[in-house]
Design a protein around this ligand. Structure first.
Ligand code: DAH
Length: 339
């Protein structure tokens, strides 16, 4: 009699099926609950079973208990994988977010410098990165034996040494003078190449902005005024500039320009090496030889030119100590220039 009841329960348990979590839980409670669960109660009554039936009955009871336990865990597992599938198809879930990109610091600084000069009426002009000797050197009054033509600085095309990667954006001056007649007022941002060992302070690829202003009666005072305006706009009000005599083949006279250190205000710190000044560019009055080789009447016209390295200016602006960071495209670095 008890044996039959147990076998009946076994069939019932084996037949049970559900895809509902609550139903599965009440099924578990109905059979296995410590208080009043069917299987639990049957085990409690086991002592009343006649001795000769104990063995067979005990086996059935164990089988019943295991079947309930297995059933519950199987149905729960089944439910979980169904949920997983559902999650995969849930169109109401929030989508994966895209990260916003940000401008490269070199682009930010290039744009900022360009905008300052555009306010003064300068246009933007560009030229090729692969150039020839004429545009990079000859038309800019480089004497044939000038060290800048040396193989150590310039990347030449081996088969044709007349073709080379431009070492400065001054080459764009020549291209502009070729096409335009004065008045000329233009800046030329771009990439330049030099055969140098890569270090924290030098790279074989970097960026420059070249400036050129040619008209009647352009004087050194105009150059100074323009650079003073640029320095205050870029580095902040109160920034002073200082010009030191220098030499470039394409300008006469030539100067190197320092700005008062924006970090210490000129008092002296480790960025300006306790001088209070930071070198930012080279400049000068366009050499009459350059005007003449580009078919501009040097009796009628004068002009000034300047050239600056964008990486150097960006390093000063952001306090970056290693130039290589600009080329590695490490997101941890680039993300700091968002906004
Ligand atoms: N081309 C020079 C260089 O790469 C920079 C320069 C100096 C440009 C003086 C100029 C200038 O236009 O007048 O170092």
């Amino acid at each position: 009699m008890m044996l039959d009841k147990a076998k009946e329960l076994l069939t019932e348990v084996e037949a049970f099926n559900s895809e509902n979590a609550e139903e599965i839980e009440s099924f578990r409670i109905k059979y296995l609950s410590k208080k009043g669960g069917i299987v639990t109660e049957l085990f409690k009554d086991f002592k009343n079973v006649p001795n000769e039936q104990k063995k067979e009955y005990g086996q059935i009871l164990n089988q019943l208990k295991n079947t309930v336990t297995d059933k519950v865990s199987f149905l729960k597992q089944n439910l979980k994988s169904k949920d997983d599938v559902k999650i995969g198809l849930d169109l109401t879930l929030p989508g994966d977010s895209f990260e916003n990109g940000s401008r490269h610091p070199i682009s930010i600084v290039r744009n900022e410098i360009s905008e300052i000069f555009m306010r003064l009426g300068f246009t933007i002009s560009e030229g090729p990165e692969i150039e020839d000797d004429l545009h990079v050197f000859s038309a800019l009054n480089f004497p044939p034996e000038h060290p800048a033509r040396d193989m150590q600085d310039t990347f030449f095309i081996e088969k044709n040494p007349d073709i080379l990667l431009r070492t400065h954006t001054s080459s764009v001056q020549v291209r502009v003078m070729d096409k335009q007649k004065p008045p000329i007022r233009t800046i030329s941002p771009g990439r330049v190449f030099r055969n140098e060992a890569i270090s924290a302070r030098a790279h074989c690829i970097f960026h420059q902005i070249e400036g050129l202003y040619i008209d009647e009666n352009v004087s050194f005072a105009d150059l100074k005024q323009t650079l003073e305006y640029f320095a205050e706009e870029f580095f902040g009000k109160g920034t002073r500039i200082r010009l030191r005599p220098s030499y470039f083949p394409f300008t006469e006279p030539s100067a190197e320009v320092d700005v008062s250190c924006s970090l210490c205000g000129g008092k002296g710190c480790n960025v300006c090496k306790y001088t209070g000044w930071l070198e930012i560019l080279g400049c000068g009055m366009v050499d009459p030889n350059v005007l003449e080789s580009n078919n501009i009447d040097s009796e009628k016209y004068t002009g000034f030119a300047f050239g600056m390295g964008i990486e150097r200016i960006a390093m000063l602006k952001y306090g970056i100590k290693d130039l290589r960071l600009f080329f590695e495209n490490d997101l941890r670095f680039l993300k700091q220039f968002q906004g």
